[in-house]
Every structure is written in structure tokens, then in C-alpha cells.
Design a protein around this ligand. Structure first.
Ligand code: CO8
Length: 372
């Protein structure tokens, strides 16, 4: 079987940052306005009063301290509470393509590849700004790459599932060098009026170059020795709005918000994650003590520590399972790739590592990697 590597990675980080304190202040202002507006109904028991959010809760429950967003305007305005940005016309690339272009260029430079080398582009993310033409095909044109391109979505596992598609394309002979991009423009899907979820997500884009080992000339490449993908249907993380939304007879259409039963997700998903990772390690004959790094999905600090403990059989050292969610928050499929991108140095030739995503679906994607 052809040996395939990740030969480069790239990251686009939006400049604008929202701290927990800023987010909580605007949420609490909204709550005070709501409770004042509905004071009579609240006093009469017809409407439930809203409760304040708190930075302490957010950091303790999730590990998140701040998040990057493309458009801070609107999100912090208690009368708006969503990103506000101008609609782009057909001549302008949408935000997701723009983010992808930036991350792609860094990944290509790391892998010593130009657009002429790339013959497949996969845009894999939890949301697409439009259904067609595929965002990846617009990116292909902007980069000047030949070959073919397609978009795909497996929510938080989009990146790992896309990398496995890239490996299969290379092994199957339909591509030689694949660019995978994960533009996660999450903020438009966040309900900033929901105390339970207003703090969870940030915007970012990651990119990876996947190619056959015999064409790789990069310094810091990782061989993909094992891949294990798993899905199991669950309603506990959902977005209910699709292209049919305007056809329903209800006068009050749904808004495309992310919603979840966070506790249930935590409880149900973690055992599946541990099973998938341990099964693939066993099949690759990699023992826990051989693992030098775990680049895990970044949704919740407690979840990451729990997963790392299950895999290693002990508490992880901070450098063994690096966290980026303190400053990036949950960035859906990009999270584990940000951790990989930022903390992939310092390993020696032959060292083993895990890159694993998990989330809505449920979906789990695990790659067993080895430093070339
Ligand atoms: N401030 C203060 N108090 C709060 C707040 C807040 N903001 N929110 C909730 N509370 C209160 C609750 O009301 C509750 O109070 P009480 O005990 O009196 O009822 C108490 O705090 C505890 O609430 P929870 O049980 O909800 O708190 P948890 O400890 O479970 O923490 C988390 C909540 C952080 C959400 C946690 O459950 C979690 O992280 N779970 C894991 C979820 C997860 O990993 N989900 C994956 C989602 S990502 C994904 O799959 C991608 C989807 C596609 C992305 C699309 C882009 C937008």
C-alpha cells in the first residue's frame, strides 16, 4: 500500500478577538433589557426571567477564555447579537474561500508545493456559505490549480474525514497531491442569545497538504499509518435549518442556530472516541507509551483531559495533549488541526502521534501518524 504523508499545514486566524468578559457583558445587557421589557409577564409567571452568564462558568466548564471572529461588529451589540457584514457579489470570493486561500498558501509553502502540483482540493467544514458552485472549485480557480475539487461536511470531523478521502484518492490513483482546507466560519451559526452556547465557537481556517511519501520534500512530514472513521446517529448536536426552510407553512421560520445537549454529548461521545482511538492504535501496534503527542478535537478542556487519560492510562502532560481552545474556543473541524499545526515540532523520526476529531453526527475520525 502506498505510503501517504501530511507534508504541510497552514492556519488563518482572524484578527478580531472577543474575550469572555466582553461576551458576557453584552449577553448580560441583553438579559437585563429582556427582563425589563417582560417584567409584567415575568411577575405574572407567563415568561421565565433570563439569568446572567458568567466568565467564571465559561472558563471552568469549557476551558475557553476567548475566541477569534471574522466580524466582531454586531455580536457584542445587545440589540443585534450576530455578526453583521456586507453581502458579497459574484465577483468577490466569500469569506470561507478567502480564509482558505490564506491557510492554503502557508500549507503549500511548508510542503514545498505550488498550485501546479495540486490536483485535488477538498473543502471540508461544518457549514458551507453556499451549496454550489462548490467553494473548493472557486479556491481551485483562485490558486490556479488543475485537477478537481469538491466540498464535504461531517461537522467537527470534516477535517479528518477529508484527510482520509485524500489518502484514498492518492492510493486509488485519482490524485497525487491533495490540498484539504477547513474554513470554519462558525460565528453566524451561534445563538448569542443562548446562555448555554453563546461562548462555544470561534472562526478560523486550517489547511493540510496530503501527498505520497515518495513525492514529499518537506522537513516536518507525518506518515499516515492508520485511519479509523466512525459515525453513530445522534440528535444531541443539531442544526435544523436547510434549504427547504422557506417552504414550511409556519410564519416564524427557524434560524440556523447550533444547538446541543452538552452533558449528553460529553457522556455518550467520549466512550466512542476512546474505543476508536484504542482500536486503531491496537491495529497499528502502537502502545500508549509510544505516543509522543495527541492532537485532539478542541471542544472542552475536561473532555480532552478525559480522552487523553483513557488513551495514555494516566494524566497527560500539557505538552502531550496540547490545548488551543483557551484562545480559539471550539473551531469545529479545525480544532485538532490547529493543535497539530502549532505543536507538531519537537518530535523525532519514528515517533507516533494521534490526530483525532469528534463531534456532531456523532462522528469520530482518528489518524495514527508517525514522524518521517
Ligand atoms: N453562565 C453561567 N451559568 C451557566 C451558563 C453560563 N453561560 N450556561 C449554563 N449555565 C448553568 C446551567 O444553567 C446549569 O445550572 P444548574 O446546575 O443550576 O441547572 C449549570 O451552569 C451547569 O450547566 P451544564 O450542565 O450545561 O454545564 P456543563 O458543565 O455540561 O458545561 C458545556 C456545558 C461546556 C457545553 C459542556 O457540556 C460541553 O462542552 N460538552 C461537550 C459538548 C461538545 O463537545 N459538543 C461538541 C459540539 S461541537 C460540534 O460537534 C460541531 C458542530 C458543528 C459546528 C457548527 C459551528 C457553529
Amino acid at each position: 500500500m502506498k505510503s501517504v504523508v501530511i507534508s504541510g499545514s497552514g492556519l488563518f486566524t482572524p484578527e478580531q478577538i472577543i474575550t469572555n468578559d466582553e461576551l458576557v457583558a453584552s449577553y448580560n445587557q441583553y438579559v437585563d433589557q429582556f427582563n425589563t421589557q417582560h417584567a409584567t409577564a415575568i411577575a405574572g409567571g407567563e415568561v421565565e426571567a433570563l439569568e446572567h452568564s458568567s466568565s467564571e462558568f465559561i472558563e471552568k466548564a469549557s476551558g475557553i477564555k476567548a475566541r477569534h471572529v471574522l466580524y466582531k461588529d454586531g455580536i457584542l451589540d445587545a440589540d443585534v447579537m450576530h455578526p453583521l457584514f456586507p453581502r458579497r457579489n459574484e465577483e468577490q470570493a466569500p469569506e470561507m474561500v478567502e480564509m482558505a486561500l490564506s491557510a492554503a498558501r502557508e500549507a503549500m509553502a511548508q510542503a514545498n508545493k505550488t498550485a501546479a502540483d495540486i490536483d485535488l482540493i477538498i473543502c471540508a467544514a461544518s457549514n458551507m456559505q453556499r451549496p454550489y458552485p462548490a467553494l473548493s472549485i472557486e479556491l481551485q480557480q483562485l490558486l490556479g490549480a488543475a485537477g478537481y475539487a469538491f466540498d464535504m461536511n461531517v461537522a467537527c470531523s470534516s477535517a479528518t474525514f477529508a484527510i482520509s478521502n485524500a489518502v484514498n484518492a492518492i492510493r486509488g490513483g485519482t490524485a497525487k497531491v491533495v490540498l484539504v482546507v477547513n474554513p470554519e466560519f462558525a460565528s453566524p451559526q451561534v445563538n448569542y442569545r443562548s446562555r448555554d452556547s453563546h461562548f462555544i465557537f470561534g472562526d478560523v481556517c486550517t489547511a493540510t497538504i496530503v501527498e505520497a511519501e515518495d513525492s514529499c520534500s518537506a522537513d516536518n512530514a507525518y506518515r499516515i499509518n492508520g485511519m479509523r472513521l466512525k459515525t453513530e446517529f445522534s440528535n444531541n448536536i443539531r442544526c435544523d435549518v436547510g434549504y427547504t426552510e422557506h417552504c414550511f407553512s409556519e410564519t416564524d421560520p427557524l434560524v440556523p442556530f447550533f444547538k446541543q445537549q452538552g452533558r449528553k454529548v460529553f457522556k455518550e461521545l467520549l466512550p466512542i472516541v476512546a474505543d476508536v482511538i484504542l482500536a486503531e492504535m491496537a491495529s497499528q501496534q502502537v502502545a500508549p507509551e509510544q505516543l509522543k503527542r495527541l492532537w485532539l478535537h478542541q471542544a472542552n478542556i475536561n473532555m480532552n483531559i478525559f480522552a487523553a487519560k483513557k488513551i495514555l492510562g494516566r494524566d497527560p502532560l500539557p505538552e502531550e495533549a496540547p490545548l488551543v481552545l483557551d484562545t480559539y474556543a471550539n473551531t469545529a473541524s479545525a480544532g485538532s488541526v490547529i493543535a497539530f499545526h502549532k505543536y507538531k515540532t519537537g518530535l523525532s523520526r519514528g515517533d507516533h502521534a494521534i490526530l483525532c476529531s469528534f463531534g456532531a453526527g456523532y462522528s469520530v475520525g482518528c489518524l495514527v501518524l508517525q514522524k518521517c
